[in-house]
Write a protein that binds this ligand. Structure first.
Ligand SMILES: Cc1cc2nc3c(=O)[nH]c(=O)nc-3n(C[C@H](O)[C@H](O)[C@H](O)COP(=O)(O)OP(=O)(O)OC[C@H]3O[C@@H](n4cnc5c(N)ncnc54)[C@H](O)[C@@H]3O)c2cc1C
Length: 552
């Protein structure tokens, strides 16, 4: 496969030469670095690449160019290279322009000149952007191959698991790819064997469970130690923050995660309100960095395992894992967050994973190129998904139950949605049924204001309708409210749901009704439901764990 392209644009020959040199030095082995002296020339290069079906990974353009400014060029470049990461190279005085472009154009980053030394001021930023790009193109670049049916829930589950665990793979559809048919014939695969997963230098897995798949990929699926100081259930921002602080402060720490590190945040295409990232950070990157950090400090991560049961064994807090096995620790942190609520309309349950999806990951966005997609929801997650999918889909229809988006979505997202030419917002509208033979084909949408119902052709529906915690596994002793959110701190003493607090001291702020069991992040009653607050609570929980451990 031809190398993906990186394009540098600047009207100053010396600057253009310098940036091209720096880019080639760092990325020349994996990317073809091209250059153009003006926006007009650069658009010609992009058209040429488009004709040759060559992917463009990144475009870095100067802002101040005669004829066409950098922002105008990047805006035009979007239609030729919608997937490319866009970087504006500005003089200090252009920063206002760059900030506006972040909001209006979806600019990925702005660099100020000069970028010397590149190892500090250029490469770290571009490394992140390019690794994001590569992740979104895993199916073209990877070694693992997944062969299956497009409308199969199992195929979807496996692809999601691989993508969210940062494993590059290539997807081969048995109904569309000759290569897929060849592989399935060679493997003599029956319909029930699909999806097949071919791991380089490994066996061909037939319809593997996530644990089998994780094992084949060399991911850890069971705990190493007989007893830990801290067991964290859930590897979202709260759990990973606790892992970083726990392990770095000398606690033997293990994290159990049923799917992939990052939690809900890992599904966010761009988190724009997390401190220290003025141009936003992709959830994928935040998760990847947090995971590396936790592992560097020595935290253990057990993946593809669902915690199904909790037991108090004297001073030991134990959790039992689905599929067998358990982990014992002297303290436990519940950081299991929340999961999307299911949309309760006839036909949708059977079509889940076959056109009906809960949440959407940024890496899937290209799958919907030139198609219509429907999104249900009115919170920021639905807004982010709408903008993300609109870059590829022909049309995005956002179905909102209330009569205004502003009530539930941040202003900056509402403004961008209003400006997007291919996003239709339908207020006071609800999906009342889904239909399809093997996969979603039509939706019935009720217009509550008009009192009418309409059936529309639809193959893709993404649902973002609020979330609820799944905490049944905690049993009766760990108090929750009627929705399942875990009660902590002083609320334990007043909660009608809590059993009698057994100690003379009061519960610590994040402690649950069982001493030594803590809760942090979205799963906790009255939590703020943001990345920053989850991270803060995860870190704080470790401080409280130390105080608890000092008492036993
Ligand atoms: C699409 C999207 C976009 C968002 N954008 C933003 C944003 O821009 N800014 C912002 O501040 N917030 C945003 N949020 C909210 C933010 O992501 C959450 O508040 C945050 O992730 C909560 O972190 P957490 O660790 O408490 O829980 P989660 O992120 O929900 O993580 C919990 C983890 O626990 C695992 N788990 C659950 N049960 C079990 C079990 N029984 N056994 C093992 N593992 C289990 C789950 O698989 C999951 O990985 C967004 C959310 C979504 C969905």
């Amino acid at each position: 496969m031809a190398k993906p392209a990186i394009l540098a644009v600047d009207d100053d020959p010396a600057v253009l030469q310098a940036i091209t040199r720096d880019l080639r030095r760092q990325y020349g082995s994996e990317y073809q670095v091209l250059r153009a002296p003006s926006g007009t020339d650069a658009l010609r290069v992009l058209v040429e690449l488009e004709l040759r079906e060559r992917p463009v990974a990144l475009i870095a353009s100067d802002q101040r160019m005669p004829g066409m400014t950098g922002v105008d060029f990047l805006s035009a470049a979007r239609s030729h290279a919608p997937e490319a990461k866009l970087v504006l190279v500005t003089a200090y005085s252009d920063i206002e322009v760059a900030i506006t472009a972040i909001n209006d154009l979806g600019l990925d980053y702005y660099l100020t000149k000069p970028w010397e030394p590149p190892a500090e001021r250029l490469y770290p930023v571009l490394d992140d952007l390019l690794s994001d790009w590569r992740r979104a193109h895993v199916d073209e670049l990877g070694g693992v191959r997944v062969v299956g049916h497009r409308w199969s829930e199992r195929s979807d589950e496996i692809k999601t698991f691989l993508a969210r665990n940062h494993v590059p793979y290539r997807w081969l559809d048995v109904e569309r790819d000759a290569e897929a048919l060849r592989i399935s014939d060679l493997a003599d695969a029956a319909a029930t064997d699909l999806p097949l997963v071919l791991v380089p230098d490994g066996d061909t897995l037939r319809g593997p469970s996530l644990i089998d798949l994780a094992d084949a990929l060399g991911l850890r699926t069971s705990a190493e130690q007989p007893l830990y100081d801290l067991c964290i259930v859930g590897g979202g921002p709260a759990g990973l923050a606790a892992a970083v602080y726990g392990a770095s402060e000398g606690l033997q720490t293990v994290v159990v995660e049923r799917q992939a590190p990052g939690g809900q945040a890992g599904q966010s295409s761009k988190i724009e309100n997390y401190l220290g990232f003025p141009t936003g950070v992709s959830g994928f990157h935040l998760a990847q960095r947090a995971l590396e950090q936790a592992q560097r400090f020595g935290a253990e991560l057990v993946l593809a395992r669902d915690v199904e049961h909790f037991e108090e064994r004297g001073p030991v807090r134990a959790v039992c894992l689905g599929g067998g096995g358990e982990i014992e620790a002297r303290s436990l942190l519940v950081a299991t967050g929340v999961s999307y609520r299911r949309l309760d309309a006839p036909g949708l349950a059977e079509l889940t994973g076959r056109g009906v999806y809960y949440g959407a990951s940024a890496s899937d966005a290209r799958t919907y190129r030139d198609q219509d997609v429907y999104i249900v929801g009115a919170a920021n997650s639905a807004g982010q998904a709408a903008l993300d999918l609109a870059r590829f889909a022909r049309r995005v229809v956002l179905l909102v139950r209330s009569n205004s988006l502003e009530k539930s979505m941040s202003r900056y997202l509402v403004e961008r949605i209003e400006k997007a030419p291919n996003i239709d917002v339908r207020l006071e509208s609800e999906v009342v049924a889904g239909h399809g033979d093997g996969h979603l084909q039509t939706l019935t949408i009720a217009d509550r204001a008009a009192g009418t119902e309409e059936e529309v052709a639809a193959e893709w529906l993404f649902v973002f309708i609020g979330a609820s915690p799944r905490t049944d596994w905690l049993g009766d002793d760990v108090a929750r409210d009627e929705k399942g959110f875990v009660v902590t701190g002083n609320d334990v003493l007043t909660s009608a749901a809590a059993p009698r607090w057994p100690l003379a001291r009061s519960p610590f702020v994040l402690e649950t009704s069982v001493p030594g069991v803590f809760a942090a992040g979205d799963v906790r009653l009255d939590s703020m439901k943001r990345v920053a607050s989850a991270v803060g609570e995860g870190a704080m929980a470790v401080y409280l764990v130390h105080r608890y451990l000092a008492t036993i």
